[in-house]
Design a protein around this ligand. Structure first.
Ligand SMILES: Cc1cc2nc3c(=O)[nH]c(=O)nc-3n(C[C@H](O)[C@H](O)[C@H](O)COP(=O)(O)OP(=O)(O)OC[C@H]3O[C@@H](n4cnc5c(N)ncnc54)[C@H](O)[C@@H]3O)c2cc1C
Length: 397
């Protein structure tokens, strides 16, 4: 059965990227139909870090106040040496940082963030949210595009935005560059009640412990009720895995070589789930006529810069901006969107890998060099190094 609505933009995927895209379009008065594969819209129960660039996107998408209300504003990004349990360096996120970048740095619960976006989408008359709607492919005729659903239903709109994540079906047709690259890095996630976090480590910081072939990240969430705990080891895992429950003893195996104080943090984790991380090399063409990719479907990256969702939101801002400015020429709007977003997102993709290799996981001489370089930087130097990222938005490169 064909559901013709040639005026609406179709969006495949209801993650943070897809919902942000729908909100951005609504800000420009553009209708959308969001097609989500799952039977309900939601996010996994873990945390997410948000750079100042994310707050610029929240404001543009009309959810600034709600998003600000549920964030925890951390004071520092702190880097610890996981072998010595000594601080290597930190970046102050206080007043100077906020003034420099015009916005704060914060951490949020993914479910809370997704909930803010979802509520705003539900409140909009311009957004039609549909679940149980897996998009398997599309065809287009120069004036409209038709999404093919797994149920055999056809949905027609003016454009199709593929926001369907790492394993995107839309990407298969737009780029066709095969499966994502398996990084060999395994990440384990847990969320623990704050009272179970070692008392002397209940820092108001996004803290990273860097050790040979492994690292730990922790920060407070949800009004300090819980701590988000993410621990990663480079164990050459060969196959992609997403969200598999894993016993505690298996998690501890990758961290036996680090300082007791760091191991002790991991000991407090419960209900661990495992991901084997994947990314891709940057690909320059995200557009095929009236179809464009957004978020992880366009530029999947390792999480080491904590920017995947932030970049997806910037994509949504840029897409809305271009479509708002080129209403009569959507093909040009999509080309401009892709041309503006590609260099910035490619830079984050490649640097995320480099951070893993040179900051998070080195050993021996390599790690000593890291410590020497990073501990010598002043706050001004840190702000200068991060300006291209945190000072950017979806509207400028
Ligand atoms: C361990 C870890 C930590 C991270 N930490 C951070 C962080 O601190 N900060 C940050 O900014 N980013 C972080 N990220 C990255 C961030 O989670 C992702 O980049 C972001 O969630 C991508 O959003 P998305 O909407 O593009 O894709 P997804 O979140 O994958 O959403 C895709 C949606 O599309 C649906 N879907 C899939 N296929 C189809 C289809 N064919 N048809 C219809 N629907 C479909 C899916 O069900 C899903 O709802 C982290 C990632 C990991 C793995």
């Amino acid at each position: 059965m064909a559901a013709a609505d040639t005026g609406a933009v179709l969006i495949a995927g209801g993650g943070i990227g897809g919902l942000a895209a729908a909100l951005g379009l609504a800000q420009k008065g553009i209708r959308s139909i969001l097609l989500e594969k799952a039977s309900s819209l939601g996010e996994i129960g873990a945390g997410i870090q948000l750079g100042p660039n994310a707050f610029h996107a929240f404001d543009y998408l009309g959810v600034g106040e709600a998003a600000r209300g549920m964030a925890v504003y951390v004071d520092k990004l702190r880097l610890m040496d996981a072998l010595t349990a000594q601080e290597i360096c930190h970046v102050d996120l206080g007043e100077d940082f906020r003034v420099r970048f015009g916005n704060p740095y914060a951490v949020v619960h993914r479910g809370d963030l997704h909930g803010v976006f979802l509520k705003a989408c539900r409140d909009s008359e311009l957004i039609d949210l549909r679940v149980n709607s897996e998009v398997v492919g599309y065809d287009q005729d120069g004036a409209s595009v038709t999404a093919h659903l797994a149920s055999n239903e056809r949905v027609t709109g003016s454009l199709l935005i593929g926001a369907d994540g790492l394993w995107s079906n839309i990407r298969k047709q737009v780029i066709g560059d095969g499966k994502p690259r398996v990084s060999g890095h395994t990440t384990y996630r847990s969320v623990i009640p704050t009272e179970q976090m070692p008392e002397d480590l209940r820092w108001n910081a996004a803290t990273l412990w860097a050790g040979p072939k492994c690292h730990l990240v922790h920060y407070p969430l949800s009004g300090w009720k819980v701590f988000n705990l993410v621990v990663t080891c480079h164990n050459d895992a060969p196959e992609p895995v997403a969200g598999k429950p894993v016993p505690h003893e298996e998690v501890m195996k990758g961290f036996a070589h680090i300082h007791e104080r760091a191991q002790d943090i991991i000991r407090h984790g419960t209900n661990w789930k495992l991901w084997v991380l994947c990314d891709r090399d940057p690909a320059e063409r995200w557009v095929d006529g009236r179809v464009a990719l957004l978020g992880d479907a366009a530029h999947p990256m390792l999480q080491y810069f904590a920017q995947g969702a932030c970049q997806a939101m910037e994509d949504a801002v840029c897409l809305a901006h271009m479509l708002g400015n080129h209403r009569d020429d959507v093909a040009t709007a999509l080309e401009k969107y892709c041309a503006q977003r590609f260099p910035r997102t490619a830079r984050v993709q490649l640097l995320s890998r480099a951070i893993g290799e040179h900051i998070y996981h080195p050993a021996g001489e390599h790690a000593r060099l890291r410590n020497a370089i990073m501990s010598a930087k002043s706050q001004d130097e840190w702000y200068g190094d991060l300006a291209w990222l945190y000072g950017g938005t979806g509207l400028k490169a």
